[in-house]
Write a protein that binds this ligand. Structure first.
Ligand SMILES: [Zn+2]
Length: 250
């Protein structure tokens, strides 16, 4: 059966000598993998439509539940080559891709996530150099929120009490009482400032296209960026460990 959809290439992996497996975020099938036969032989346009972050209209051939349909046609809607050509933009986008691939299960339709990610790519592509650091941080926060893994910074995650101490292994700030008694080695934690929480809240709530009006200071950017690093490192390592575990027990 032939199906058509729109997809954004998240990544490609070599398969055999000349073939590729592409992972897409699609508009109506969620994250899927598809097989590309000799993309380098069949002409450069097909090959370049498989570059990471390319937004394309694709035709897939395979049974409805086939785990690896074949890409029979792929037409570029947006190449987003400007993102790939900027080291900083590409690193930032690659981190978003890693989060999507690690935290979003395959094959679950999510139109909103697709439009949301497409909007992010448009915003990054057209961003001004001086607002890039802020925008990259905002896109990271918003993607985590969109997939349900944003850190909880608005009060203690257990009782709601005001707190300025973030605990990566809980994914939230905790008050002194809820964090538990300080015996032995203290749980890893990080002190944060009120201003950082305020910026974080705005970055989730404001529409992406006006987020360049947010102008946080250097310290806020540095603090939030460190916090997100800790949060994501914990999230992804736990996720990877747990998926390895479940794969081994099936
Ligand atoms: Zn508490």
């Amino acid at each position: 059966m032939l199906t058509r959809t729109e997809g954004i290439v998240l990544r490609t992996q070599k398969y055999g000598e000349a073939d590729l497996i592409a992972t897409y975020l699609t508009s109506d099938r969620g994250i899927i993998k598809a097989f590309a036969k000799s993309p380098r032989k069949t002409g450069s346009r097909f090959g370049s439509s498989l570059e990471p972050l390319t937004h394309a209209r694709i035709s897939l051939w395979g049974k409805e539940q086939a785990s690896l349909p074949k890409i029979t046609q792929s037409d570029i809607i947006n190449s987003f080559h400007r993102i790939r050509e900027s080291f900083q933009d590409f690193i930032s986008a690659s981190r978003l891709v890693e989060i999507l691939i690690s935290l979003v299960p395959e094959g679950i339709p999510n139109k909103r996530l697709f439009s949301f990610f497409l909007n992010i790519l448009h915003a990054v592509r057209s961003s001004e150099q001086e607002s890039k650091d802020t925008l990259h941080l905002i896109t990271l926060v918003r993607l985590l929120a969109a997939v349900g893994y944003a850190p909880g910074l608005e009060g203690c995650g257990k009782c709601g009490e005001r707190s300025l101490v973030f605990y990566p292994d809980s994914g939230t700030t905790l008050c002194g009482r809820c964090a538990g008694p300080k015996t032995g080695a203290a749980k890893p934690h990080m002190r944060i400032h009120d201003n950082t929480i305020r910026f974080y809240t705005h970055s989730i709530e404001w529409p992406v296209h006006i987020s360049d009006r947010l102008k946080p200071g250097r310290e806020i950017l540095a603090e939030l960026s460190l916090l997100l690093d800790k949060h994501i490192t914990y999230l992804l390592s736990r996720k990877l460990m747990s998926s390895e575990f479940s794969a081994g027990t099936k």
